[in-house]
Every structure is written in C-alpha cells, then in structure tokens.
Design a protein around this ligand. Structure first.
Ligand code: MRU
Length: 348
C-alpha cells in the first residue's frame, strides 16, 4: 500500500511530484539548488506540514552542498542565508522551522569537521529526517487505527496523506493503519476549497490504494453527519500549541464544531515535530494569508466579479476542547492537553 514518491533525494538533487498538477498529470520536478526548493514550497509544488519540513531539510542540504568555500566561517555565513530564505517560504507549518533548526544544529555540532565532511553530514541528516518521517507515520497509523472502529466511515479534510509527508501520511496513515489491520473502512473526503487538496490529492491517493473514498464538497459535511454517514473525523495539523489548540487547513474548525454537535469523535493525527511547545495557545499561531486569485479563479478562469474584496486565510485554529484525541508517533494524547503534551516530551 502506498507507493507514491512525494519527495526524494536522488543523486544529490531533490525530486518532487508537482502537486499542483494532480490528479490529471503525474509530473516529477528535479531541483538542483535551494532557491528552486524554496520556490517549490512557496508555490505549493510540495505542501503538507511534514513534507514541507522534509523539503526544508533537503533545501538546506542542497544549498550547503553547493557553497564554494573551504573556510568554515564563510561557509557558516552562507549557510545562515540559505536557512533564512527557506524559512521565509510559508509561516504556519512548524515542521519547516523544526527541520531547518535540526539542520542548523547539525552544522553547529559538526563545525570542527572540514567543510567537505560537514556537507556530507548535512545530506545524511536531511535523508534521516526523510526516512524517520515515514517510520513516524507508520507508528501513528498503528496507534491511531485502534480508535477507528471496524465497518465505519471516517471524514477527513484537506490532504494529510502520503502527499503531505515523506510517505504513508498522518490522518490518512491512521486510515491506512485501520485498513491494514483488516478493518472495513470507508472515507469521506472534503473537497477543501480553495486549493482543493481533498478532491485533487486525498481522493487521488486513496483511490490509487483502493480505499473506499467518497468525495463531498465542504458544505456537505454537516448534512452527512446528521444523516449518520460519518462515525469519526481524522485530520492532520500544521502546528499544535502547548495547550492542544490545533492549526490545520481552513475549514477544519467548522468540521470540529459540526462533529461536536453530532457527538462524533474528532481526532488530530500529527508527529511530535508539529507540536510547538513555545506557543502557549492557538491565538499565537501565525496564519498564512494566500493570494486572492486562489478564491477568485479556478484553473485560471475567473469565478468571481473583478474588484471583489477577498479574504484567503489558508488555516484556522481548532480549540483543544473540540479535539477528542491527538494521535502522535509516541502514542495517543487526550485532555487535559497541556499536562499530557508536556509528559509526551519527557518520554524518550
Ligand atoms: O496548505 P497545505 O496544503 O500545505 O495545508 C496542508 C494541511 O493543512 C494539512 O492538513 C496538514 O499540513 C497536515 S499534513 C500531514
């Protein structure tokens, strides 16, 4: 199950599937420098918090590998510029900053080596981040699948699948875990306006895996819940505050309220690298505002009047009180989140 190659390190280049072209075209782009990788993150060639993290790490590695100096001081100066540019691409998914910090720490801890040796270490570290992400997702799948009942239907929002990670997925990893455990699972995928990650990506990757998926538009979720078609909700996360408040794709908050109203469990699946313990609660999470053409246009065709006022926040924050549990690679966390998240970070 799941053979999609979202992002890979191939012969010292970064290869990514162009997610803007899915589901019609399966095109793999090769990036040979960090500026290209930064642009790919900004323009959504690669998206989804863990995948952005891996792209950030690969971007640092490829940028560092091309620095033309043997002098460590000069190397470090250029390295800082590379890290800064990559960190400026998207603001909400904390995995990007987490990965860049990890790469920066690797550079600092190995600055006694020669520049050539350090370059190798950085490539190794980025590849480790990539490998670990797949293992982490599989662990989340094993923990999370226990929450999903046999013969049930799961609603998901956006794409928190193989395409949003190095592979397997977070929310879709939990669904894959349940299917692999032999459960009969049906999935409802919200289309996820305006970028359509649900219809273009989630529907595509689940169908490819022969998982029973039904596409609905975002405004159908309440009706489907009321009719009894949905038994649980599983979504991913871009940043989780220390108190459990969770930023995820715009529309997630509405789904969480609907789930509460209908007594349906609402689960968040995310690696611990998505938890930002420095942020006390959700109000402090930076929310990316994207270009208004994502709302006014569809495939280049205008679908709103010229000159109309538009808002396009890419994420919203679901308060912890609406979340039944957070599924991580270290186990399932329930309320009270502040204390239990702290305990999670004490676990080895
Ligand atoms: O704007 P995107 O497509 O990067 O947003 C992605 C999401 O909101 C995902 O749900 C989240 O990153 C979790 S991915 C495992």
């Amino acid at each position: 199950m799941n053979t999609i190659k979202t992002i890979e390190w191939v012969k010292n280049n970064v290869v990514m599937i162009d997610q803007r072209l899915l589901p019609e075209k399966e095109v793999y782009n090769t990036y040979r420098d960090y500026k290209g990788v930064a642009e790919a993150i900004k323009k959504m060639v690669v998206r989804g918090a863990p995948a952005i993290g891996v792209a950030g790490a690969f971007g640092v590695a490829i940028g560092a590998s091309k620095i033309k100096t043997d002098d460590m001081k000069a190397f470090k100066r250029e390295f800082a510029g590379i890290a800064k540019l990559l960190a400026s691409t998207r603001p909400t998914a904390v995995n990007l900053f987490w990965a860049i910090d990890r790469m920066t720490r690797t550079a600092e801890e190995n600055s006694r080596l020669s520049v050539a040796e350090l370059k190798k270490r950085l490539i190794d570290e980025a590849r480790r981040i990539h490998r670990e992400d797949i293992e982490i997702n599989r662990a989340m799948g094993r923990h999370g699948q226990k929450l999903i009942k046999d013969n049930s239907t799961v609603l998901t929002h956006c794409n928190a699948g193989a395409l949003a990670t190095a592979g397997y997925g977070t929310a879709l990893g939990v669904i894959r875990g349940a299917v692999e455990a032999g459960k009969n699972i049906k999935v409802f995928a919200d289309e996820t306006r305006p970028f359509l990650q649900g219809s273009r990506l989630t529907a595509w990757e689940l169908k490819k895996d022969n998982i029973d998926v039904t596409l609905i538009t975002d405004n159908m979720a309440g009706y489907m819940m009321k009719k009894g078609f949905i038994n649980s909700v599983v979504v991913g996360a871009d940043r989780i505050a220390a108190n459990g408040d969770t930023a995820n794709k715009i529309g997630t908050y509405s789904v969480a309220i609907l789930a509460k109203e209908h007594g349906i469990p609402f689960y968040v699946a995310a690696p611990t690298s998505t938890i930002d313990v420095k942020i006390k609660h959700g109000d402090f999470i930076p929310i990316e505002e994207r270009d208004e053409t994502e709302v006014t246009h569809m495939k280049g065709i205008r679908i709103a009047p010229k000159g109309i006022n538009v808002k396009n926040p890419a994420f919203d924050v679901t308060p912890a009180r609406l979340i039944s549990a957070i599924i991580t690679e270290k186990g399932v966390v329930r309320a009270p989140y502040a204390g239990n998240i702290r305990k999670l970070f004490k676990k080895t």
